[in-house]
Design a protein around this ligand. Structure first.
Ligand code: 6GU
Length: 253
């Protein structure tokens, strides 16, 4: 996969050199290019924002630098044999976007080329998104019901969620299976608690069932713990789940 990020804070994306995403880049499973939006300004002050039409507080990102930047990013990707025939998918992080979910992470992980356009200030001039929506697939995405100062942190979040789904990036493909929000047996339940050595720590032991070696009972216990945790932390997930996805035992828990 190829990922381009256009931002006025390239240094904000440095965590993409670390850990899972950094390793995927080093292995060549993921190509990331971070571009400075100010490289496509032409005035002495490298201006990227201006006052909003219609008045109001804050500033709006000017369309010109974005248009030049996104056109250049597209040309660079097309010049690269790995994305020469691919279509860019534009991801615009914004609190006004559609909620980012595991399902969208899976969808994006199947694309060969993502271009992120994180905004600062009150957002990007709408004509930029409308222009590229006519040429590319565009997703406006929010990572939660709170307001960040800019979209860069959301780019880190979305990139990590997507990168770990790429083939070969996670050591053990089974690690996806029981993810909270993964489709399958534990559908719509959060993961329950986990334990490792030592068997006693500060006087606290391990739930006996995990030491029993009885796989059926362990699976039952994990399911119950997942159900309990979901009911406590995310009752909305239980409300909206298909009643058929709950087993008899869940109701007793
Ligand atoms: Cl994607 N951007 C900003 N600025 N704030 C947010 C967000 C994104 N998602 C939630 N809050």
């Amino acid at each position: 996969m190829r990922i381009d990020v256009v931002t006025i804070f390239p240094e904000y994306l440095e965590p993409l050199n670390v850990s899972l995403v950094g390793k995927a880049r080093a292995r060549g499973q993921l190509l990331v290019e971070v571009h400075n939006l100010r490289d496509w300004t032409h005035d002495r002050h490298n201006t990227v924002d201006d006052t909003p039409y219609g008045g109001g507080p804050g500033m709006v990102m000017k369309p010109d630098p974005w248009g030049e930047a996104l056109d250049r990013v597209e040309a660079r990707g097309r010049a690269d044999e790995r994305t020469a025939t691919a279509d860019p998918v534009l991801v615009v992080p914004a609190p006004s976007g559609r909620p980012f979910t595991q399902a969208l992470a899976v969808e994006l992980s199947e694309k060969p080329w993502l271009v992120f356009a994180p905004a600062r200030y009150e957002g990007i001039d709408r004509r930029v998104i409308d222009e590229y929506a006519g040429r590319w697939e565009v997703h406006e995405v929010s990572i939660g019901d709170y307001v960040l100062a800019g979209g860069e942190a959301a780019v880190l979040v979305i990139t990590e969620a997507v990168a770990r789904l790429l083939p070969g990036v996670l050591g053990n493909a089974e690690s996806h299976r029981d993810d909270s929000f993964a489709p399958g047996a534990m559908a719509d339940l959060l993961e329950g608690p986990v334990y490792t050595k030592p068997p006693e720590w500060r006087g606290r032991g391990i739930p006996e069932v995990l030491l029993s070696g009885h796989h059926g009972r362990i699976a039952r216990w994990r399911r119950d713990e997942a159900f309990r945790r979901t009911a406590a932390h995310r009752p909305d997930l239980i409300e909206r789940c298909d009643p058929a996805a709950l087993d008899k035992h869940d109701r007793a828990v």
